[in-house]
Design a protein around this ligand. Structure first.
Ligand code: SAH
Ligand code: SF4
Length: 380
């Protein structure tokens, strides 16, 4: 009998599994709290759990952490962990401390099949989806490790925000993502606010609709281009779900979202998507033809973090500022993302872990990078 990993379960699933052992729901709640609130993996130490349940758990279940391959600490306090997920794959998780919050950037896949041109994870190709347990293990480890180091009272949490912005496209791993989100939000576990759990997606439209129905949390959409011709090249998924469909899904999501805006991420690439004309196109895209059609949104401009294989450069600072100014003047809240953890390659798009490419993404991406820089004016 292989033991089940209890990190794979949200509370309802754990209660269902405990019921099969003849245990009541309140026992499942106790167990869930030991695991997620106290960070306990050893059943023998779960002191107020009935001895009979502890005996049943032994051999049948485990709390399976991820193996840490390395930990790097940046001069700005950002911490990056590399976790071994077996089979030659490793994923990265980044903790970003700020004065008023602690954010954990979590991976959802080993690699990514979307293959965005400017993303080093995308350049590595795709190996596999992470399980719910592997997604939650990143939070479980970070929260409890850091808490031990800081000796905090049990009521205080280290991690107040989770962003699904590590390696992978979370909405292409929906079955594992959904229970993981439920564990993050559960008051018996991490008790995070829906507004502080963000799913970032390159635009998997049907799954945005599913998330809206199943578990609305804050949504960030990686836009990167104001028109389909350019977006098709930067974010290949756009060929399947073009901008018009994506924006319709965003609009619908807002009817239930915990925040009343969508965050658009826009990676600033020199000579590709950073011109004043493109800023104006972007404004027209989200503002529509009338105030009633305006899509409530914020823009987060991300200075491109270069890596050699991309063949791309970051837009110069003055162009990023000019781009931001145009959006702001059109009434769109726009921020320029601060780069964190640069010295340890923990910044956006630099998370590369180690993955066995089981797709042909790598081969595809090494070819046409140059075409992008040479796009006709108007398209770029
Ligand atoms: N797959 C999801 C979430 C992971 S990527 C998505 O694409 O949204 C998280 C963010 O980092 C995305 O907005 C992505 O566009 C951005 N990003 C990727 N590569 C980058 C790079 N090299 N420089 C800056 N941002 C990058
Ligand atoms: Fe995948 Fe996101 Fe990177 Fe695109 S930006 S390749 S969707 S991880």
């Amino acid at each position: 009998m292989t033991a089940v990993n209890l990190l794979d379960f949200d509370l309802d699933a754990l209660a269902g599994w405990c019921a099969e052992l003849g245990e009541k729901r309140f026992r499942a709640v106790q167990l869930f709290r030991w695991i997620h609130r106290k960070g306990e993996a050893d059943f023998a130490r779960m002191s107020d759990l009935a001895k009979s349940l502890r005996d049943k758990l032994t051999g049948r279940a485990v709390v399976q952490p991820l193996k840490v391959i390395s930990e790097q600490v940046s001069t700005d306090g950002t911490i990056k962990w590399l976790f071994d997920v077996g089979g030659g794959d490793a994923v990265e998780t980044v903790y970003i401390p700020e004065s008023d919050r602690g954010t954990l950037c979590v991976s959802s896949q080993a690699g990514c099949a979307v293959g965005c041109r400017f993303c080093s994870t995308g350049h590595q190709g795709f190996s596999r989806n992470l399980s719910t347990g592997e997604i939650i293990a990143q939070l479980w480890f970070a929260e409890h490790q850091l808490r031990c180091r800081r000796v905090l009272p049990a009521s205080e949490r280290i991690i107040s925000n989770v962003v699904m912005m590590g390696m992978g496209e979370p909405l292409q791993n929906y079955a594992a993502l959904l229970p993981a989100l439920r564990v993050m939000l559960d008051d018996h576990a991490y008790g995070l606010s829906r507004r502080r759990v963000t799913v970032s997606t390159s635009g998997v439209v049907p799954m945005i609709e599913r998330l809206q129905a199943d578990c609305p949390v804050a949504l960030a959409v990686s836009l990167h281009a104001p028109d389909d011709a350019l977006r098709d090249q930067l974010v290949p998924l756009n060929r399947k779900y073009p901008l018009a469909e994506l924006l319709t899904a965003c609009r619908s999501y807002l009817s239930v979202a915990p925040r009343d805006f969508i965050t658009f991420e826009y990676c600033m690439l020199d000579g590709v998507n950073d011109s004043p004309d493109q800023a104006r196109e972007l404004i027209a895209l989200v503002n529509g033809r009338s105030a009633a059609l305006r899509l409530p949104c914020k823009f987060n401009l991300i200075p491109f973090n270069p890596f050699p294989a991309s063949g791309l450069r970051c837009a110069p600072r003055d162009r990023v500022l000019a781009f931001a100014k145009l959006l702001q003047e059109a009434g769109i809240v726009t921020t320029i993302r601060k780069t964190r953890g640069d010295d340890i390659d923990a910044a956006c798009g630099q998370l590369a872990g180690e993955v066995q490419d089981r797709t042909r993404v790598q081969a595809r991406l090494t070819r046409p990078v140059i075409r992008i820089a040479a796009l006709p004016p108007g398209a770029a």
